[in-house]
Design a protein around this ligand. Structure first.
Ligand code: NAD
Ligand code: ZN
Ligand code: ZN
Length: 389
């Protein structure tokens, strides 16, 4: 089959690879009908995440049709259309029973490595590093879905791929980012980043009834999409984020702050190695404002900082004394996708939201290598790429 494979930093190739097979009786194989490129893929593409190997199949946002079913998979049958959460869950361990799916204790096949790096294991993830199990991803014609009964979400008849696809990641990710803000009707919610995750965080915060939602970025068409979703926007190249947020809140600061940026805030386009980037971040010489520092500084005391943005490695020069004295609450993590999918699927069916609004590019899987660059560099007004194998 054909798949998009990792071959090193900024080197994704459209390769021919062996078809996946059932490895465990709880697996199913799906024929991928649509998949997407996520901001988290860009961290791999840019070489920020350790534990990638040459030839790894990329992609953790995908859906398709079941073509083969393991003998212990009882819920799914050949022909079912499913969208697959990017966090692989067993559905049975202590964390899964609590709904803490992204820290499932059983699905990371490289548990010993995760234990060493993180102190404890976290869930397996598709198309991500070997720290999270090294599972083959779904930017491919076929993919093996592990523990399929526990995780795969059946797509109702009549719902298009474009409406359902983002249930596997960015819609629940934006939703969880807003949900863990515990939004009150008097709240201002500030969302840093108007990428796909920021767009869903904005719309989720609006749906949850925030008084005002403010979105911060420097890409005009992304800011325009956030405004269409109900946000007031701030272009950080044009004005001071802190001053404007204070002005919008009578000098008090937003009660709730969401970081939908993650690692990119530390990236300088002119610097190559991870070491140099970390050093640069420590010296506070990044070429962009540092989202976490800005959030801690501007958030109203007793507020909540919600961080779906992905970080890896070390962060320094974070004003933790300010965070402590202001009594801020931090919430973060990979998304507990299956915690939200039933509710969000119903909201799509009832027409409360059509997630396809975020798609700007739909292309063949073979265009993947080029589309990674287009998405990363925000060329051609790119916001979200859907690939059709
Ligand atoms: P993206 O790269 O398209 O979006 C990031 C946006 O942030 C861009 O529009 C960029 O212009 C903007 N930005 C950069 N620096 C900024 C700054 N200083 N202030 C304000 N905006 C700034 O990616 P995405 O797909 O929207 O993903 C966003 C983040 O969410 C990534 O870190 C990704 O890894 C993460 N993510 C996390 C989860 C999870 O489970 N927690 C799931 C999906 C994605
Ligand atoms: Zn993702
Ligand atoms: Zn589990």
């Amino acid at each position: 089959m054909k798949a998009l494979c990792y071959h090193g930093k900024q080197d994704i190739r459209y390769d021919t690879v062996p078809d996946p097979t059932i490895e465990d009786p709880r697996d199913v194989i799906i024929k991928v009908t649509s998949c997407a490129i996520c901001g988290s893929d860009l961290h791999l593409y840019d070489g920020f995440m350790p534990g990638m190997q040459s030839g790894d199949i990329m992609g953790h946002e995908f859906m398709g049709e079941v073509v083969e079913v393991g003998r212990e998979s009882r819920r799914l049958k050949v022909g079912d259309r499913v969208v697959v959460p990017f966090t692989i869950i067993c559905g049975e361990c202590d964390q899964c029973r609590r709904g803490n799916f992204s820290v499932c204790e059983r699905t990371n096949r490289n548990k010993d490595v995760a234990d060493k790096v993180f102190g404890h294991t976290t869930a397996g993830l598709y198309g991500y590093t070997h720290l999270t199990g090294g599972y083959a991803g779904g930017q491919a014609e076929y993919v093996r879905v592990a523990h399929a009964d526990a995780s795969a979400v059946k797509v109702p008849d009549g719902m298009s791929d474009e409406q359902a696809l983002f249930l596997g990641d960015i819609f629940p990710t934006g939703w969880q980012a807003a949900a863990q803000c515990e939004i009150e009707p008097t709240d201002t919610v500030a969302v840093w980043g108007a990428g796909p995750v920021g767009q869903f965080a904005v719309r989720s915060a609006v749906m949850m009834g925030a008084r005002q939602v403010v979105c911060i970025d420097n890409v005009p068409e992304r800011l325009a999409m956030a405004r269409a979703g109900g946000a007031i926007t701030i272009d950080f190249d044009q004005e001071s984020v802190v001053e404007r947020l204070n002005a919008l809140t009578n000098g008090k600061g937003p009660e709730k702050c969401i970081d939908a940026v993650g690692l990119e805030a530390h990236a300088s386009r002119s610097i190559d190695s991870l070491y140099d980037r970390v050093k640069q971040a420590m010296m506070m010489e990044t070429d962009r404002p540092h989202v976490l520092r800005e959030m801690i500084y501007v958030c109203r005391p007793a507020g909540i900082l919600s961080i779906p943005g992905v970080y890896g490695g070390l962060l320094d020069k974070i004003p933790f004394g300010a965070a402590m004295n202001k009594g801020l609450t931090f919430r973060m993590g990979q998304t507990h996708v299956n915690r939200w999918t039933d509710d969000l699927l119903r909201r799509i069916q009832e027409g409360e939201i059509d997630p396809s609004f975020v798609i700007t590019h739909t292309v063949g899987l073979d265009a993947g290598p080029e589309m990674y660059r287009t998405f990363r560099d925000k060329h051609d007004s790119c916001i979200k790429v859907v690939l059709k194998p």
